[in-house]
Design a binder for this molecule. Structure first.
Ligand code: SAM
Length: 270
């Protein structure tokens, strides 16, 4: 599974991949600003507690838009990427910055430092088949008092309102028409309705839980609550379609979530 996943992520995130198109959290200024402010606030609070720079592990950094934010907030950052071309891009982008270490994580096993003050997943959990195991492993790396932040994963579809699902589907379809890419979406939808997936097809595998049932925010929060003093879930609306972003934020309940876990306990259930 891991070797295949690596090839699939690489095929979905190749050399010329455009991370912005199709990523609501990068496209929409308000969402993007909110996430950057959150990262800033948490890094600043961690920096206040210690003379050393907060050490951050950013999993699946893509081309590094949030790495910049973490650095500007005063952190040193280890970024991981499963896609070799994206890891190369990160290496080139940050080659003059000794505060950034890039790890090409083929196996997706969170290669990197064993102890950090903050772990960040930006639009990554839904790419990982066993995202709860990944969160467990990530939380194990966080020093006492540290934090974990994740944003931009689809809420489990069964928990979303009909209105939210209907608007999200209409907006995505309209967006795909605009991109000239309807066939891929329709084919994936058909496989989804049939519950049959092609394990060799990046459309079915790279955004793993987007084409299945979404991400279980309650399970994520429960896992983190066993390990962190404070866990806050942040449900919100997001869509790739620019016209539907502000409309949905007013009319449709949340379809996406983030989670902020603070104050890592020194023992898991302590
Ligand atoms: C939607 S992109 C998000 C990129 C970036 N975080 C952003 O917000 O722009 C997801 C990225 O996660 C990477 N990825 C998926 N699973 C991973 C894993 N287990 N470890 C490291 N990277 C992973 C993919 O290669 C892809 O670049």
């Amino acid at each position: 599974m891991t070797a295949t996943m690596h090839a699939l992520q690489e095929s979905a995130h190749g050399r010329d991949h455009d991370y912005v198109t199709g990523s609501p959290h990068l496209q929409h200024a308000r969402l993007n600003g909110w996430m950057r402010d959150t990262l800033n606030g948490v890094v600043a609070a961690l920096a206040d507690r210690s003379a050393a720079r907060p050490r951050v592990l950013e999993v699946g950094a893509g081309h590094g838009p949030f790495t910049e934010t973490l650095l500007a907030a005063g952190a040193e950052v280890v970024v991981t990427e499963m896609s070799a071309p994206s890891a190369e891009h990160l290496r080139a982008r940050f080659r003059h910055n000794p505060l950034v270490q890039v790890v090409h994580d083929c196996d997706g096993d969170l290669s990197g430092p064993p102890d950090v003050d903050l772990v960040v997943f930006m639009s990554v959990l839904h790419h990982i088949p066993d995202y709860l195991a990944a969160l467990r492993a990530a939380a194990d790396r966080v020093r006492p008092g540290g934090a974990l932040i994740s944003f931009q994963d689809p809420l489990q579809y069964s928990t979303q309102s009909r209105r939210s699902r209907a608007l999200a589907k209409a907006a995505t379809l309209a967006w795909r028409v605009g991109q000239g890419d309807v066939t891929r979406g329709v084919r994936t939808q058909i496989r989804r309705l049939r519950g049959v997936y092609d394990t060799a097809n990046p459309s079915d595998m790279s955004e793993y839980h987007c084409v299945r049932d979404g991400v279980d925010s309650a399970a994520v929060a429960a896992l983190l609550a066993e390990r962190f003093g404070t866990v806050s879930l942040h449900p919100y609306w997001s869509t790739q379609a620019t016209w539907a972003q502000s409309l949905g934020a007013r009319l449709a309940p949340a379809n996406t979530f983030g989670v902020v876990a603070l104050d890592r306990r020194s023992s898991t259930l302590g």
